[in-house]
Design a protein around this ligand. Structure first.
Ligand code: KG4
Ligand code: ZN
Length: 342
């Protein structure tokens, strides 16, 4: 491993995050992981306004980087490399992180490591190995990414080597949580809101669709679920004050999780592995963890702690430790369309 200490920068959506991570023979340790978000501003509008998110990130990026170095008690000389999210994400937001990282790379004369945000999410599972977790993920392993913008199933055979197996054909799992929450008048981001209310509800109350459950491939679809919820609200008129809201939240959560778990079971049948790595904001959902563990008792399931499931720079730095590819500051371009499929 080339780098011992990496500064990570992540600005793909509404978060501005910087982290310093150290790699030793015992594992990867977080020295600092600062995450600020404009979510409280975005909440007012029920979703993210890209230009507004980027404007907040321009203000936040330098103080956040300074704080991450300070908290890590690390000077710029002690940083071996700068890892930054290259994409995918909102172009204005990505540019804030990428251009800042390029400038620091030039001024500090440090290598620049571009990281695919989606791969970064998976590498939250390699953090804190010797203190928090007994076993690290082993290859080959299946990966389930469930975030606000992506829902993908991949097969990892080694670091940097993976095969895309399937994913959503329309909305992402997190997006479905967010859109259903919005229909119900709940604030953004909707996943944690629905999840919390669902704990007190009965998931069998409302019958909601699980599209593509029986398809032969590993693809998923969530837009029909959102439409079904919208129709249901029109017919039965569930509102924010309605006591049946909890039951509807529980039914929505169950439908999303059921779809995900069934496709992961299918993936394991096709590609028998001993390890599954789960990543992305929806991985913070406790019911998803519970249902995956129940459905796959013979498989070691790795899920990061909630703070490392949602967007953060520590996961970006973690991925960079396993990636040899560096790029000159004069060549790096933000790429909003990066994916796992190509
Ligand atoms: O990975 P992430 O922070 O950002 C993206 O890269 O998209 O994921 C954010 C998504 C949002 O859709 C949010 O509603 C969802 O993760 N989320 C959850 C939970 N916590 C966050 N969904 C369900 N249950 C949760 N506890
Ligand atoms: Zn993300």
């Amino acid at each position: 491993m080339r780098f011992k200490r990496i500064l990570g920068i992540e600005t793909s959506c509404d978060e501005t995050s910087a982290a310093v991570l150290k790699h030793t023979d015992k594992g990867i340790q977080i020295l600092s992981n600062i995450v600020t978000s404009s979510a409280s501003i975005q909440t007012k509008y029920g979703g993210i306004i890209p230009e507004q998110a980027a404007r907040e990130q321009i203000k936040a990026i330098i103080p956040v980087i300074k704080e991450s170095l300070q908290q890590a008690q690390c000077t710029s000389e002690e940083v071996d490399g700068i890892a930054v999210t290259q994409g995918p994400g909102l172009i204005g937001s990505l540019l804030v992180g990428v251009e800042t990282a390029k400038t620091l790379s030039m001024v500090w004369d440090k290598p620049l490591i571009p990281v695919n945000h989606l791969i970064g999410h998976f590498y939250a599972n390699w953090i804190g190995s010797w203190q928090v977790r007994i076993t690290l993920p082993q290859f080959p392993c299946l990966g389930l990414l469930v975030s606000g913008g992506h829902t993908d199933i991949v097969l990892f055979t080694n670091h940097g080597q993976y095969q895309y197996l399937g994913g959503t054909r329309d909305d992402a799992a997190g997006e479905c949580f967010d859109k259903c929450a919005r229909l119900l008048g709940l604030p953004y981001p909707g996943g944690p809101q629905i999840s919390q209310l669902a704990q007190l509800g009965n998931p069998l109350t409302f019958k909601l669709p699980r599209p593509m459950l029986d398809s032969d491939d590993l693809d998923l679809s969530f837009s029909g679920l959102k439409t079904a919820v919208s129709n249901l609200i029109d017919i039965v008129g569930v509102t924010k004050q309605d006591p049946r809201l909890r039951n509807l939240c529980a039914s929505i959560e169950a439908a999303i999780i059921d779809s995900l778990v069934k496709k992961v079971i299918k993936a394991v049948q096709i590609h028998p592995v001993e390890h599954l790595i789960v990543a992305g904001g929806v991985a913070a959902n406790p019911k998803l963890a519970k249902e995956l563990r129940k459905a796959l008792p013979g498989i070691k399931i790795h899920i990061p702690p909630p703070s490392l499931c949602t967007d953060n720079a520590a996961m970006i730095a973690s991925a960079a430790f396993f990636q040899d590819k560096t790029v000159s500051y004069s060549k790096l371009q933000a790429d909003p369309n990066l994916s796992l499929a190509n």
